[in-house]
Design a protein around this ligand. Structure first.
Ligand code: BGC
Length: 542
């Protein structure tokens, strides 16, 4: 698709703001909307096109906002509706798009609907909005099936009925404070149509759809063979809980709503599917616009694995005419600097991965703090752990707090400008982050932040980057030559983008020759003459 006619999101760089941990504007130790607004210039200087805000709605915060009690109101912890309006206006002024998280699989147990359902009792229309079922066993004392929650423990909770007796059970694929909605009830469908319109009318550019593969459960709620699905993310095989065919009807409906607004509004699915083809069903021409490409995030550090995942992803999305997306980190997974290896090795690979990812056709999702090279904080004290996974797993899984530690902005000690000096941030910040702050890295041309800024600018400026196609170059004895699908060197990859750009990456531990080129645009490390050092990527002109 030609750059000038393609909708903005097809090659946009999105930046995920995990709102609790981005910037604290009111000095209570928790990030908020005021904090986001005060740092918009930072995001413009970084060079991103859009931000994705994680949930800021009214919530008891059992899962830090992914348990929504009111979809049309802002939690006082984060601000109010006027703050959101001010943020949207300030972002628009700077040409930044804003998408917001939508959580349709479950509500909070404090949502008005759930409270009404508890009060109304069995077989009432109020209960029909959720997944209530009688228990098994002589007196209903056993859960309706063997499903377990993604956060650990059973996926069912028994309620006390209005008459004081133990009664029905309700389904929660996540925490008990997150009851699953019944998407076969038209009232639920209509309610979310309305929620979408509420935010689109306020001016958001789109939505990130939480647990997009989960809304429908197989009728009859059959036991699963292996009941237990303890890990938070990742595909778990065909399952009565996920990827039911009816979800696509909802996304067709939402696409019609999005398309009824001007200015190409969009939605991106957080969906875990069996493979790229399965995932591509979520982005058929009349469904959602994008889906996160978790296969890329999960690819091991190997040239062969990266090439395969790139080919499969491009092929699957091309089959349905959708844009491919690329992502390395988010608020649910260990930070990629740490996943790629300890210390310097992880840092080098993360720098190389960035240049590789930004040169691929499609759009990119960055997670706050990756531009600072923040590592996973694996040694948070147990008493500080706040992820529901920690409690639900009976203290066997630490959960996701390690990638949610607040951003260090400035200064030499915690809280590094994240909140007021004498305030404790909601998660403790490491003592050793003084060289990782935005202020420190802004001064250093070799820092991770400088690389992100330079690379994002170059991506915007170079006509070959963003939308388009790639073709791989194959390694031959004397270097690299064009080839359709030829064999790449075992540890290095190179591909060309037209006009005139080549990206090469060396995932191995010995230097390789650079592909033929005229000049060098950008490299993730200093080059060694005409060799590409280990764990390094480069953008060349030719
Ligand atoms: C979100 C998680 C959240 C879960 C339940 C996920 O997909 O990204 O952070 O805990 O959905 O809403």
């Amino acid at each position: 698709m030609h750059a000038s006619t393609a909708p903005w999101w097809r090659d946009a760089v999105f930046y995920e703001i995990y709102i609790r941990s981005f910037a604290d504007g009111n000095g209570d130790g928790v990030g908020d909307l005021l904090g986001v607004r005060s740092r918009l210039q930072y995001l413009c200087d970084l060079g991103v096109d859009a931000i994705w805000l994680t949930p800021f709605y009214t919530s008891p915060m059992a899962d830090h906002g992914y348990d929504v009690a009111d979809y049309r109101a802002v939690d006082p912890l984060f601000g109010d509706l006027a703050q959101i309006d001010a943020l949207l206006a300030a972002a628009r002024e700077r040409g930044l798009r804003v998408i917001v998280d939508l959580v349709p699989n479950h509500t909070s147990d404090q949502h008005e609907w759930f409270r009404e359902a508890l009060a109304a009792g069995p077989r009432s229309p109020e209960r029909e909005r959720y997944m209530f079922r009688p228990g098994r066993g002589a007196s209903g004392e056993l859960p309706p099936n063997n499903w377990t929650s993604r956060f650990g423990g059973p996926a069912w909770e028994r309620v006390t009925e209005p008459d004081g007796q133990p009664g029905e059970w309700y389904l929660h694929l996540f925490a008990p404070e997150q009851p699953d909605l019944n998407w076969r009830n038209p009232e639920v469908v209509e309610e979310f149509d309305d929620v979408l319109r509420f935010w689109l009318d306020r001016g958001v550019d789109g939505f990130r759809i939480d647990v997009a593969h989960g809304l429908f459960k197989e009728p009859g709620l059959p036991d699963t063979e292996n009941g237990l699905h303890p890990s938070m993310l990742g595909y778990v095989g065909p399952s009565p809980m996920w990827n039911q065919p009816e979800v696509h009807g909802v996304y067709r409906r939402w696409r019609r709503i999005l398309d009824s607004y001007d200015d190409s509004r969009m939605a991106v699915a957080e969906a875990w599917a069996q493979d790229s083809e399965d995932l591509a069903r979520y982005v058929r021409p009349d469904e959602l616009n994008q889906a996160f490409n978790f296969a890329f995030l999960q690819a091991p550090w190997s040239a062969a694995a990266l090439r395969d995942v790139v080919n499969e992803s491009i092929q699957a999305t091309a089959g349905v005419g959708a844009a491919t997306t690329w992502v390395l980190s988010n608020h649910d997974v260990a930070r990629h600097v740490t996943r790629y290896g300890d210390g310097e090795l992880g840092r080098r690979r993360a720098r190389a991965a960035l240049l590789f990812m930004l040169a691929l056709p499609g759009s990119v999702y960055l997670y706050q703090g990756e531009e600072l090279g923040l590592p996973e904080v694996a040694d948070l004290p147990e008493e500080a752990l706040a992820d529901p996974i920690w409690e639900r797993s009976g203290h066997t899984e630490r959960g996701r707090d390690g990638c949610r530690v607040p951003l260090p902005w400035s200064g030499t000690q915690p809280p590094y400008g994240f909140t007021s000096e004498d305030v404790q941030p909601w998660l403790p910040m490491p003592e050793c982050w003084s060289t990782l702050t935005v202020a420190a890295q802004s001064e250093d041309p070799d820092s991770m932040l400088s690389l992100y800024r330079t690379a994002l600018r170059a991506r915007k400026d170079h006509p070959a980057l963003g939308n388009g196609t790639l073709h791989w170059l194959e390694a031959c004895r004397d270097g690299w030559s064009g080839g359709e699908s030829g064999t790449q060197g075992p540890h290095a990859l190179a591909f060309a983008r037209e006009p005139g750009l080549v990206c090469a990456i060396n995932c191995g531990d010995t230097p390789v020759a650079l592909p033929e080129h005229q000049g060098m645009l950008l490299a993730s490390e200093h080059l060694d003459n005409d060799k590409l050092p280990p764990n390094t990527a480069v953008w060349l002109t030719r």
